[in-house]
Structure formats: C-alpha cells, structure tokens
Write a protein that binds this ligand. Structure first.
Ligand code: C5P
Length: 221
C-alpha cells in the first residue's frame, strides 16, 4: 500500500510556515494541520480548567480527552470557536511551556497522526518531520531572521486589532526560540534530511513555489 504523502514544514515562531503550509495544501488539494494550534488549544483548555501548567500527568490526561474539531482555519474546543483566544501571545507562551513536557507530547501523537488522510497532508510545527511524520515525503525547515519574524507577527497582530510592541515581540520570539531549541524532548532544529528555506527575503508566493518544486522532485523519485 502506498503511504499517504506528507509535507512536513518545521521552523521557529512567526516564520510564516503556517501561511506557506496552508497555501501549499490548497495548491495540492491536500489536508492541512497546524500542529501549533493543538499545543495552544491544550494550553488554553488547561488554563480554563485550572490545570497546573507544570503538572505533566494531568496535562497528558487533559490532552487525551480534548474534544477538538477543525473546520478550515477555525478550531473548536467543546463546540466553542477558540481560534482568536489561542492566537494571543499569552497562549503562545503557555503552549511553549507545556510543549516541553514529554508525556504531553506523547499524548498528542495519535491526534496529530489522525490528520494523515488521502490525498495528502501538509503540516507545520516543530517536530512534524522528526517525530510525528518521520517518513514524510518532503521535510522543510522554514525560517527567517528574528527581526523579520517579529515584524510579520507585529503586522498580523495590528491587523487583528490587538495591541503590539515590536521590541517586546523580538524579545518574546528570542525567548520562545531558545526554549523550543533547548528542550530535551523534540527540540526545534533542522534535521539532516530537511531542506532549509530561509524566507527573510522571500515573498509568500516565492516560498510556496519553492516548497511545491521540492515536493514535485521528491514525489517523482
Ligand atoms: O507554531 P506556534 O507558535 O503556534 O506554536 C506554539 C508553541 O507550541 C511553540 O512555541 C512550541 O513550543 C509548541 N509546538 C511544539 N511542537 C509543534 C508545534 C508547536 O512544540 N509541532
């Protein structure tokens, strides 16, 4: 049986990997999984239910019992739309804290792998190519400079009507990168078999074209 193709796009916060992954999925008619949203929604649920963000066993139990539903880019927790609530910087920070806990990561594996359905999946995160889908057809490590990423996040927040401070965003991104890269469990890093895509000077369309080009090469093999 031929495995359902997966394009795994990993990289740091606000690198644009989500936008590139979603557009690539649209081009190919593939499903899309934003794995960061799963960590964010788990952190959000924990805060709502008063679960301690350091209680690994309780968080893993919570992760296994989440009632999640995806509809396009919207995400529902217990039937409630939580897309906006989980996109805040506070939710991102909380997600990054709980994401360092191995039992919590293990509890989310089956949920993520369940998104691999025909005709294919494009997914983005930190460990999609290394841990969740090690047999992915194409693995990309997508990044950009911290300043460029902070700029992008700043524009996104302002567009959504949120308050934002550029200096604080650069600081926050650097701290989050350091935490994601230094954790023992599934640290953020470019794997040997992942292609490096630095989007600092690329438009979204150029980045998507590059991923599609690499995918066609990999698929032809
Ligand atoms: O990508 P996003 O910023 O939405 O992810 C929020 C946090 O979730 C990240 O800072 C990271 O700690 C964690 N994460 C992870 N593994 C993934 C996706 C996200 O550890 N595959």
């Amino acid at each position: 049986m031929i495995a359902v193709p997966v394009i795994a796009i990993d990289g740091p916060s606000a690198s644009g990997k989500g936008t590139v992954a979603a557009l690539t999925a649209k081009e190919l008619g593939f499903h899309y999984l934003d794995s960061g949203a799963i960590y964010r929604v788990t952190a959000h649920a924990a805060m709502e239910r008063g679960v301690d963000l350091a209680d690994e066993a309780a968080l893993a139990d919570l992760a296994r019992s989440l009632d999640l539903h995806f509809d396009g880019v919207e995400i529902y927790l217990d039937g409630q739309a939580v897309g906006d609530a989980i996109r805040t910087e506070a939710a991102g920070r909380a997600a990054s804290r709980i994401a360092a806990l191995p039992a919590l990561r293990a509890a989310l594996l089956d949920l993520q792998r369940g998104f691999r359905k025909a005709p294919g999946l494009v997914t983005d995160g930190r460990d999609m190519g290394s841990v969740v889908f090690p047999d992915a057809t194409l693995k990309v490590f997508l990044t950009a400079s911290a300043e460029e990423r902070a700029n992008r996040r700043y524009k996104q927040l302002i567009e959504k009507g949120f308050d934002a401070n550029l200096t604080a965003l650069v600081q926050d991104l650097r701290e989050r990168d350091a935490r994601d890269a230094s954790r023992a469990s599934a640290p953020l890093r470019q794997e040997a078999d992942a292609r490096l895509l630095d989007t600092t000077d690329l438009s979204i369309a150029q980045a998507v074209d590059q991923v599609l080009g690499w995918y066609r090469e990999a698929d032809a093999r």
